[in-house]
Ligand binder design. Structure first.
Ligand code: NAP
Length: 314
């Protein structure tokens, strides 16, 4: 470890809506927070074309634009954003120690806001068409597929819930699932199966996403027969689960069975002084507004925590 680490009262890991809202609130409380942006400034919203459900933007706001505004506002009040990524943490004693790709920090408190990453199918064409037909968020992008034929990949609650949501806009929604039985709960299954716009292709996997500038079709393979087919669609919505970005904390912080950080309603983890906010601790709501709210709350809790700490110091 670096012999002279940089010290900060608050280190925020991650610069998505949760991390940047935490940075804004902490900066305004004069905590001079340092934010490690990680590899992707802005998190998932930065790759969302248009956000239409963030209050205050009735015309909608492009994801990267919203991130730029969050960043500008946090920096205006003194948050320091650093393009660096934590590579190891030691929460066993205070101050906490955080090793990064460039240096080492010590911190009195930490807010973990490293987010979650949508699982990818890892098929040809997927990466290439992100933003031009491939999406991981129906709430964000469904609106752009008015009157078009779209596909949803996955058989869980998210896939069916999002498929139902997409029927508001799309002409047809084809749900492609790799097994012959859906994983989703019975109520959602019943609603999806009885919807006139939704049809199912079971025991089928996507092998290629095809198109020129935008998605035009998907190549499928039937799992038992091995037969291949091509289905013309304009949108491919992939809901095969998320990975919370918690690998770094596995041995340090209490995680639930799916790897999400366990917090109480005050964003506290099991380690006093370490807080978590946003999708790294939330598999349920996963919205910009809810993540930002959790970030703000975590920063307010940090403020109280540090005040109590200094009151307790003789
Ligand atoms: P999930 O329950 O893990 O379902 C993921 C789905 O994707 C499964 O059907 C899985 O297939 C499929 N899948 C995984 N990897 C795949 C791959 N590489 N290729 C093709 N298919 C793949 O995830 P989720 O639907 O996001 O739900 C996460 C949690 O949130 C669940 O506990 C769920 O109940 C909850 N949730 C609840 C609600 C609600 O109550 N309204 C809404 C959304 C989410 P297999 O079935 O073959 O494994």
């Amino acid at each position: 470890m670096n012999p002279s680490p940089k010290h900060t009262p608050l280190l925020i890991l991650g610069a998505g809506p949760a991390g940047l809202a935490a940075a804004l609130y902490a900066a305004r409380a004069d905590l001079q927070p340092v934010v490690l942006t990680g590899p992707e400034l802005g998190g998932q919203v930065a790759i969302t074309y248009m956000v239409e459900n963030y209050p205050g933007f009735p015309e909608g706001v492009e994801g990267p634009d919203l991130v730029a505004r969050f960043k500008e506002q946090a920096e205006k009040f003194g948050a320091q954003l650093v393009l660096d990524t934590a590579t190891a943490v030691d929460f066993s004693q205070r101050p906490f120690r955080i090793q990064t790709t460039k240096t080492e920090y010590t911190a009195d408190t930490v807010i973990i806001a490293t987010g979650a990453t949508a699982k990818q199918l890892e098929v040809p064409g997927e990466e290439e068409f992100i933003g031009t037909g491939v999406s991981y968020c129906a709430t964000c992008d469904g609106h752009f597929f008015k009157g078009m034929d779209v596909m949803v990949v996955g058989g869980g609650d998210s896939a069916l819930e999002e498929a139902l949501f997409l029927t508001r806009y799309a002409n047809t929604v084809t749900v492609v699932h790799r097994r012959d039985a859906l994983r989703a709960g019975p109520l959602l299954q019943k609603r999806a199966r009885s919807h006139p716009k939704i049809r199912f292709l079971l025991e089928s996997v996507v092998t290629d996403i095809l198109g020129d500038d935008v998605v035009e079709s998907v190549r499928l393979r039937h799992v038992s027969s091995g037969e291949t087919s091509e289905l013309p669609v304009s949108g491919v919505f992939i809901f095969i689960g998320h990975h919370p970005n918690t690998d770094l904390f596995e041995d340090q912080i209490a995680l639930d069975a799916r790897g999400y950080i366990i917090t109480d309603k005050h964003m506290r983890t099991n380690i006093p002084g370490v807080f978590a906010a946003g999708e790294v601790a939330d598999s349920r709501y996963r919205q910009v507004i809810t993540s930002a709210g959790m970030g703000a709350a975590a920063a307010m809790e940090v403020t109280h925590y540090l005040e109590n700490l200094s009151d307790a110091t003789p």
